[in-house]
Design a protein around this ligand. Sequence first.
Ligand SMILES: Cc1cc2nc3c(=O)[nH]c(=O)nc-3n(C[C@H](O)[C@H](O)[C@H](O)COP(=O)(O)OP(=O)(O)OC[C@H]3O[C@@H](n4cnc5c(N)ncnc54)[C@H](O)[C@@H]3O)c2cc1C
Length: 463
Amino acid sequence: MMKKVAIIGAGFSGTMTAIHLMQNSPVPLQIILINDNENFFKGIAYSSYSKRHLLNVPAGKMSALPDEPAHFVKWLQKQEQFRSETPEELSEKFISRILYGNYLSHLWNTNANSTNAGKHKIETRTQRVKAVRPNKHKVSITYNDAQDDVVDSCVIATGNQLPAHPQTGDPELFKCPDYFQNPWTKECVTNLNEQKPVLILGNGLTMVDTVLSLLEAGFKNEIYSLSPNGFHILPYRRLGINYNKLLEELPDNPDLFELVKLFRKHIKSGIAPELVTDSLRSKTQVIWKKLPDDEKKLFMSRLRHLWGVARHRIPDEVHTEIQGLKISGKLHIKAGRIIEMIRKENFIQVVYSEKKTGKHVVLDVSRLINCTGPQTNFSKLENHFLKAMVEEGTLAQDPLHLGLRANTETYQLKNNAGEVYPHLFSLGCLLRGELWETTAVNEIRVQAQKVAENIIACVMNKL
Ligand SMILES: Cc1cc2nc3c(=O)[nH]c(=O)nc-3n(C[C@H](O)[C@H](O)[C@H](O)COP(=O)(O)OP(=O)(O)OC[C@H]3O[C@@H](n4cnc5c(N)ncnc54)[C@H](O)[C@@H]3O)c2cc1C
């Protein structure tokens, strides 16, 4: 009988794992790719609702296939609008995420219709998974609206969760139509009320996308962004150089204090913080894995935001536009913490304490959009199977609640006794606690290939 593999989540992680499985498994498999909405192959990031939402990495670094680094650029060259551009020019471009989603759909269609895929039974299933129960030999899956399944291997690729709600004494606020927990759908920028400004909670890349979309929707009033530090997002400068000096001085097992000292030294010598941070990219996972929990905790409370600013940058042209909005007084970046949020008749009153002065500032806004980043503490999720799994101890979270516990060589998940499930795998954002840098295509494309290899080994009893 054919071995059955279920992949829960059809974003980049799940889709690429399925593609590697269908291309490389010598034994015929039944591959079931499950997603709870229509955004198959694209997931949250690449089913964007606006052409103004760009990739945050140049096209030359966005191939979905680790063994073919020019794959995405070659695909772009075949698209009508880019025919006149050279591969070198295209490699430097920041392409729209919608187009990247089309690339992933194309990749799926080509692979699913290939000769190699012919020997497998491939199914895409639009269903929400309600429960996952692994045992030593099999994994059983319960759906919202279909018969249970029992599979030989399962991949949990459910990616990015919605942001956590901000703290407030009034949980009813989150039911009000002026609050938007999901910043990745068009609803958060439609039916705008021009009478008052919009407040965006958070100050990262999704904040920038939301500002661009508010402008696109013709929003005339002012836009505020509130975050603990109010850092100013950096442009992705095309420096065209790499910096290796920090790596040359990196000790074998650096602790956090040595790392900070090294960073300071190199930045003080006049090297741009982005270059210094980027230079560590290839070593970040190894360093993170070896840091003790208390140092990880310190990093998260003191340095995470700075790291984020240096790592997550925006295309130069978008940066210029954001600068213009700040200069014209359309966009205000504020640093502070929310004290209170009060529902009023047609608006929300937000009181925050300003970081610099400690003063309480009152801001009346027509809408609150939550761009604080995905919730990673799964016990706090609403209505998701991961919540029950971590609460029961079927799966374990790291002490900082950044992701799931897993064997980072094989990507097999662990329970809270530290035991590895032979048939249950995960990758991408869900492994943030184990690997820290594991959310971008750059890392996930390699993981998807490895997870597929391990599933193949597993169904052939070789793992
Ligand atoms: C807005 C945004 C922009 C980004 N831009 C870039 C970029 O430019 N470059 C880059 O390298 N990285 C980018 N990233 C990082 C991104 O995390 C990865 O590139 C990648 O898209 C993650 O894919 P994923 O499949 O792991 O997760 P997701 O895209 O979140 O996909 C998970 C899928 O699982 C489904 N799902 C969840 N729960 C269930 C359930 N119970 N049952 C069934 N299905 C379920 C979801 O509906 C979703 O489709 C971006 C991330 C975001 C959020």
